[in-house]
Design a binder for this molecule. Structure first.
Ligand code: TRP
Ligand code: SF4
Length: 328
């Protein structure tokens, strides 16, 4: 048996995945599949912590997310892909961890304070929202993960996880490793309006978008804001379109665009057209796989069930150990 290190990460099912998610997380996960024993899950209970009022679309989002994952290259053979709410053990561990987690640790959580302000339109004064990191800690230590690949925004949550694991081990005996953050390096790609790509800003390019939709979205992209006319030279270094070119267009064309832009020999309209075609071509395999899985809901369901079964076995073993050390 190989002794690969175990990693775990999750995503809340809040809608279709976009290029920001692809480069911010998913491709990174896909690449880690060879090197690590990977657990990736859809955090549907976590989605409820802020969206408890809108549950209508949740099951559909979960299925769509699994389709997005599979299309981008996550493999049920290589990794354990599952859905949080299918593993009831997470709820039990969450409850037990909540007994030993001091409330000030949660109140101090910068993400918590941020979100309350940012989502002022929602009533987030709930117990569940405060306890978000405790549930996340349960997710992580349930599988005794050594590493958690996440973006910087999640560092405080992994920190709290480490503290909770340490406290558990101190109180009941060494059961859990303290997981490390594996920080995801992300390219500087932004939304079409140059803000962070996010569904709520409507500045997204979904990797499930049709070629025509991609062309339209790319056409709306803000380029070098200093470049008002085609006769003005542009600066590719500050241009979001160019960031996409660097990832998706062949090296030779990228160089031609770079020179052409700086010397006002190529206009943004043409430049964007080239980029849109590169992107459409690069996303073709994902689009094809998406069409394949979208046509086969039973297959997706089966992948979710099989992955969840695999995860549940591990979770059950951990919970036996947990109950035994707590003596309950
Ligand atoms: N909080 C994470 C996010 O919003 C999602 C998540 C839930 C998670 N449980 C996790 C990530 C466990 C890593 C590990 O992105
Ligand atoms: Fe950006 Fe291309 Fe316009 Fe230059 S020509 S500013 S790289 S879109």
């Amino acid at each position: 048996m190989s002794e690969k290190k175990r990693i775990l990460s999750g995503m809340r099912p809040t809608g279709l995945l976009h290029m920001g998610n692809l480069h911010g997380a998913l491709l990174n996960w896909v690449n880690m599949q060879e090197q690590y024993d990977c657990f990736f899950f859809i955090a549907d209970w976590h989605a409820l912590t802020s969206d408890y009022e809108n549950t209508l679309l949740l099951t559909d989002y979960v299925r769509q997310m699994m389709i997005d994952w599979l299309s981008a290259g996550l493999s049920p053979e290589k990794s354990t892909l599952f859905v949080q709410s299918h593993i009831k053990e997470h709820a039990e561990l969450f409850l037990l961890l909540s007994m030993i987690t001091p409330v000030p640790w949660l109140e101090r959580n910068p993400t918590y304070k941020d979100q309350i302000v940012q989502m002022a339109n929602k009533d987030l004064s709930t117990f569940g929202f405060l306890g978000y990191p405790v549930l996340q800690a349960a997710d992580i230590i349930m599988y005794k993960a050594n590493g958690v690949p996440v973006g910087i925004d999640q560092i405080p949550h992994v920190e709290i996880t480490r503290e909770i694991a340490r406290r558990f081990n101190y109180l009941y005996g060494e059961v859990f490793p303290e997981p490390d953050v594996i920080l995801t390096k992300t390219p500087k790609i932004l939304g079409t309006d140059r803000r962070k790509m996010s569904k709520s800003y409507k500045n997204t390019i979904y990797f499930s978008d049709s070629p025509d939709k991609i062309r339209k979205q790319v056409a709306t992209m803000i380029t070098d804001p200093q470049r008002a006319r085609k006769t003005d030279p542009g600066d590719p270094r500050v241009c979001n379109v160019f960031e996409f070119h660097k990832i998706y267009t062949d090296q030779q064309t990228v160089e031609r665009i770079e020179h052409g832009c700086c010397r006002a020999e190529i206009g943004c309209v043409e430049c964007k057209k080239i980029m849109a075609e590169s992107l459409i071509e690069a996303l073709a395999p994902i689009r094809e796989k998406r069409a394949f899985y979208s046509d086969k809901p039973e297959l997706v369901e089966e992948i979710i069930m099989t992955g969840s079964q695999k995860a549940r076995k591990v979770a059950q073993r951990t919970m036996e150990e947990v109950r035994s050390v707590i003596k309950i």
